[in-house]
Design a protein around this ligand. Structure first.
Ligand SMILES: Nc1ncnc2c1ncn2[C@@H]1O[C@H](COP(=O)(O)OP(=O)(O)OP(=O)(O)O)[C@@H](O)[C@H]1O
Length: 230
């Protein structure tokens, strides 16, 4: 269980509060107007932003003061964040060790992760020699190889076309199910939420609201969501 216990985040004067729990293995979409605080919420869970109140718990442990690398989280950024001078395998290996000194079993884990996202045989290619979709797969393999309990995705596939985005979302859902990881995904697109999320956290008016079943919320949106959905 990921518990956000009366948390308060102060992001340069912008204040966001949240008080709810997310069951393990849930797939949660985080939606809301631009500037409402979706990234702020995800970054606080990842440990990139400190709390100014409350606690974040994973199971029984309080992770509020843990450094990002020590938390049970892996984050997939908007642009994938691949290094152009490194191969696909090296970019994935960074998920295990920033210095890329990997043991034999770690090299095997990198190869397995690349295979799982459909990139066998492309280990030695650099990002420039991969398509946009393949680059997204490398970034996803880097998240996967870390084997963390919580996956945080911030608008991960915004740059991809609709068909490719749908394919990547389905792959993320499959991988989360396989590993039992809890997924939190920021998206601007309610269609993404319907596609892979069983619950939705609405971020609006300074608050991240408790998760609600996706169809319930999107079929009968509260005013703040209605205004955003148009
Ligand atoms: N470093 C900062 N200093 C001051 N204010 C900030 C800082 N970073 C973000 N903010 C403000 O915090 C608020 C929330 O930003 P955040 O990026 O979390 O929103 P968002 O919902 O993810 O937006 P978008 O959908 O546009 O990406 C915004 O009003 C933004 O201007």
């Amino acid at each position: 269980m990921l518990k956000l216990e009366h948390i308060r985040i102060d992001n340069g004067g912008f204040i966001l509060t949240a008080d709810f729990a997310i069951p393990p293995g849930a797939r949660v979409a985080v939606i809301g107007p631009s500037g409402a605080g979706k990234t702020t919420l995800i970054e606080a869970v990842a440990g990139f932003l400190p709390l100014s109140g409350g606690r974040i718990l994973w199971g029984e442990s309080d992770i509020s003061d843990q450094l990002p690398g020590k938390r049970p989280v892996a984050m997939l950024f908007q642009d994938g964040n691949l290094f152009p001078h490194l191969t696909a395998a090296q970019n994935v290996g960074l998920g295990l060790h920033p210095n890329l000194r990997l043991s034999d079993s770690e090299h095997a884990r990198v190869a397995q992760a690349l295979e799982r996202v459909g990139l066998s045989g492309m280990e030695a290619r650099k990002p420039a020699a991969l398509s946009g979709g393949q680059q997204s797969r490398v970034a996803l393999a880097r998240v996967l190889v870390q084997g963390r309990d919580i996956l945080l995705l911030d608008e991960p596939f915004a740059a991809l076309g609709p068909a490719l985005k749908a394919e990547m979302l389905d792959l993320v859902a499959e991988l989360a199910t396989e590993s039992g990881a809890t997924l939190l995904m920021v998206s601007h697109d309610p269609g993404d939420a319907r596609r892979i999320a069983d619950q939705v956290v609405l971020v609006a008016e300074g608050q991240a609201h408790p998760p609600r079943p996706t169809a319930d919320l999107l079929d009968d949106p509260p005013p703040a969501l209605k205004a955003y959905l148009g």
